[in-house]
Design a protein around this ligand. Structure first.
Ligand SMILES: Cc1cc2nc3c(=O)[nH]c(=O)nc-3n(C[C@H](O)[C@H](O)[C@H](O)COP(=O)(O)O)c2cc1C
Length: 325
């Protein structure tokens, strides 16, 4: 399947694995790239730029296909060493960076000078247009159903994607709620040039996370995610658990007086406990509504092969059949 995204990134299939905290390690990124998609290492999971350089080397030992690195720009009192991480990315020979969070404008000249293509993740058409106007090469459009930070506009992909298609000139991928061949065909029909998946890739054999996490995603339905941190305008879609319910109860009780310090127990340092320790009630970790469509834990290769096979079957047997009827 050839699209603007496969051409831009030099990949076989228009399927990207979005950056994921404590999931996007070399093992998963290399498995996705080896299967013909674009695997992405999550920079900020690595404690230092040196550790990121090592992770990139580790991925390089596993694949010679293109791989990307995610750089998430979060509001932080003590920002991470972004120049150091960018140096590690450039020196590691990475040619694709997925940016997310705050506007990446400040970092674009350095990335572009190093021949790096930038895909920025956005949750609204206005942010996507902004990303296009500052020179991003592509965008990832993340609908309200997505795992992680869906923004504050709450527009689901059936509206957001065609709106993006109407406005954008740069290619974009559909992100949020993508799981299978049906998702891919629907995304293409709505104007996207591919898909970006998070939650679906967590529930694979290659994701280096605790089995409890994969089991929880398989067991979950589309009703089992919650939106947390809305009062702080830092909304995150997470899988519900005891810690999350306690967090929501605090949000209700404290109302608009709530501060980050009030919920630090439920959101601070949770990822290693969940992803490595398998402590499923530790607190808030990102998970999409798409959990309702996930009922197995295949290898990444089997998953990607299945998505492409299904998509081709839908187009050739179902859609072409209908249009010729
Ligand atoms: C466990 C998990 C951790 C994530 N961490 C990040 C992150 O650190 N940076 C980022 O840009 N996106 C992050 N995301 C969002 C994904 O890259 C992707 O945009 C999102 O999962 C798409 O929605 P889906 O889960 O419905 O596929 C995370 C998602 C999950 C499920």
């Amino acid at each position: 399947m050839k699209t603007q995204i496969t051409e831009l990134f030099g990949i076989e299939h228009p399927i990207i694995q979005g950056g994921m905290h404590y999931v996007g390690f070399a093992e998963l990124a290399a498995a996705v790239s080896n299967a013909g998609g674009l695997g992405i290492i999550t920079a900020l999971t690595q404690p230092t730029p040196e550790a990121l350089a090592n992770e990139i080397r580790k991925a390089r030992e596993r694949t010679d296909k293109p791989i990307g690195v995610n750089l998430t720009f979060l509001p932080a009192r003590n920002p991470p060493d972004y120049p150091g991480y960018i140096r590690a990315i450039i020196d590691g020979g990475i040619k694709i960076v997925e940016t997310a969070g705050n506007n990446p404008q400040k970092w674009l000249p350095t990335l572009h000078e190093a021949g790096i293509k930038v895909i920025h993740k956005c949750t609204s058409v206005r942010h996507a247009l902004k990303a296009e106007s500052i020179g991003c090469d592509a965008v990832s459009v993340d609908g309200f159903e997505c795992g992680g930070h869906p923004g504050e506009d709450d527009v689901p992909n059936f509206i957001l994607l065609p709106r993006a298609a109407d406005e954008l000139k740069v290619p974009f991928v559909a992100s949020g709620g993508m799981a299978d061949g049906r998702s891919l065909v629907a995304a293409l029909a709505l104007g996207a040039a591919g898909i970006n998946m998070g939650t679906r890739f967590v529930a694979t054999k290659d994701a280096p996370v605790h089995q409890n996490v994969k089991d929880a995603i398989v067991a979950a339905t589309e009703l089992d995610t919650r939106l947390v941190m809305r009062p702080l305008r830092n909304t995150e879609r997470v899988l519900t658990n005891v810690g999350v319910e306690r967090l929501l109860e605090k949000e209700q009780r404290l109302g608009s007086d709530i501060t980050f310090e009030d919920i630090v127990e439920e959101v601070g340092g949770v990822y290693p406990r969940v992803m490595k320790g398998g402590e499923m009630d530790a607190g808030a970790w990102s998970c999409g509504m798409v959990a309702g469509l996930i009922d197995d834990v295949p290898s990444v290769k089997d998953l990607i092969d299945r998505i492409i096979r299904e998509a081709e079957e839908i187009i050739e047997a179902r859609l072409l059949g209908m249009s010729r009827a």
